[in-house]
Write a protein that binds this ligand. Structure first.
Ligand code: ADP
Ligand code: MG
Length: 331
């Protein structure tokens, strides 16, 4: 006898156990849209009782391919629910209502990409990039030691908390197993071996190290390499060309440590590229040469306050919601 599979079906006790009981509309209040994704929208909200601020990612599994959407939602919850790490977004629960899953996590003030957007003219400063990369590497080292791969490391998936911590987020593309083989992620940030995996076999956590190298360029220069091309062309050029590097004609002066960090993250052969642990424990860009004795959270708190003043000063006509939300919890 076979069971009929249906999106939203909670007959399987393993699936039912992933969801919390109760009506999320009664548990949370003051919902305000703060982000958009492939699945729907992300909201700021408060827990009605505790008044705690949270983020809610509403993921609908209605309409076309509802079973695939449902499986993706279950995958993301299974990935997040048992992760506890200071640099990984904290999972707070998941609710089901009207063909939509409400994935609740701790609230952050915005992504590194949102912050970058505010400083479009100047880009981020080297100590800020070093602090962000340090936090991401702590998160990646934890994931990789569990045999997991994030597969979508980029500024848009790196969040900053009000207290200046880095929080890796968005586990919608992540793999619970290593090695992996599927083609997932965002083209411009994809490692060459991941792009070629369909033909040439498997890849491991080193794909996240490559994406972090691309993210460092993104944070320094505002966008990843090949961003002016369409995604298909980028996918062709990444495995075909020499590795990208920080633009020497960019008008910025970067330290040799930063240039080396980018270069080593972007070694095309994964066996030559360092692991997240090796970078964390022994790369001078990460151990803090450029940050002197200032802690990453102190540097990021200053970045946040610099960003908030920039947003306040922006002309209202030019202003967009994306930037305003950085001030959301300010009164
Ligand atoms: P997608 O899978 O569509 O990329 P994400 O989980 O990356 O979805 O969320 C999309 C955007 O929503 C993020 O880039 C960020 O701006 C915002 N966001 C997501 N989670 C949070 C959170 N916990 N706190 C604050 N903003 C968030
Ligand atoms: Mg994302």
């Amino acid at each position: 006898l076979h069971q009929v599979q249906r999106a939203g079906n909670l007959d399987d006790p393993e699936v039912a156990a992933l969801f919390d009981a109760g009506d999320p509309d009664r548990i949370f209040e003051d919902l305000r849209a703060i982000g958009h994704g492939s699945f729907g929208a992300v909201y700021f909200a408060r827990n009605r009782e505790s008044k705690e601020s949270v983020a809610i990612k509403k993921m609908s599994f209605m309409g076309k391919q509802s079973m695939e959407k449902w499986q993706d939602i279950l995958k993301e919850i299974r990935f997040l629910w048992d992760l506890h790490h200071p640099n990984i977004i904290e999972y707070k629960g998941c609710y089901l209502k009207e063909q939509t899953a409400w994935l609740v996590t701790e609230y952050c003030i915005g992504s590194a990409s949102d912050i970058l957007h505010v400083h479009k003219q100047s880009g981020l400063r080297e100590p800020e990039i070093s602090s962000i990369c340090s936090g991401v590497l702590l998160a990646l080292d934890h994931l990789h030691s569990l045999g997991r791969i994030h597969r979508d490391v980029k500024a848009g998936n790196i969040l900053l908390s009000e207290s200046g911590s880095v929080k890796l987020a968005d586990f919608g593309s992540a793999s619970l197993h290593c090695p992996a083989q599927s083609f997932v992620g965002t083209p411009y940030w994809m490692a060459p071996e991941l792009i070629l995996a369909m033909e040439e076999g498997h890849y491991d956590g080193k794909v996240d190290v490559w994406s972090l190298g691309i993210t460092s360029i993104e944070l320094a220069e505002g966008k990843p390499p090949y961003f002016s091309m369409n995604a298909m062309s980028a996918l062709y050029h990444i495995p075909q060309n020499e590795s990208p590097s920080l633009d020497p004609r960019g008008g910025r002066v970067w330290s040799p440590q930063f240039r080396h960090f980018v270069q080593t993250c972007l070694l095309k052969k994964p066996e030559e590229r360092p692991t997240s642990k090796q970078l964390l424990t022994s790369h001078p860009f990460i151990s803090g040469g450029s940050r002197a004795s200032i802690s990453p959270s102190q540097i990021l708190l200053e970045l946040i306050s610099r960003t908030k003043s920039a947003v306040r000063e922006l002309d209202d006509n030019l202003n967009c919601k994306k930037m305003k939300r950085i001030l959301l919890t300010d009164d």
